[in-house]
Design a protein. Sequence first.
Length: 170
Amino acid sequence: MPLAHLTAERVIRQKFELDRSSAWPDVAKSFRVTHPCCAACGGTDQLNVHHKFPFHYVVLCGRPDLELDPRNLVTLCVHHDCEHHVLLGHLDDYESYNPRVLKFVKEYARLTSQQIRADPIWQAAAARKPKHFDQMSEAEIDAFKRILDAKVPMNSALMVKAVAVRNESG
């Protein structure tokens, strides 16, 4: 895992006193079995399972099911030549995310980091990326929750599992 990603995980842990679910490693491993390539470039090494809506956002919004829900996941590479995870998944900021990640995966398929960063559309998206969770107002958090519920309706069984696992851990 790249240093920047590990640093982001530490920052999230410190800011929010929040760790990934103990079920996450098994979920990520299972997802990689069915999605073994980077969705952007087809690469098969240096991969991460990316949350379309970041795990800390969804857990803090009361939707811990989405940390474990395959509908919220996409495989992206962290290869230094293309950095699809950070550039397409997070718009070059691990504390934020790209609400149009799947569209960007298609548009920037097979491009290098340098080509992606040079693109004016990517630059505009990065400039207006979503706020870090701790910078969002209550109204913005409520709006985000409505987006989650509309785009990825709750899976009740997965919610029960996610809450149970979190309660066991914490």
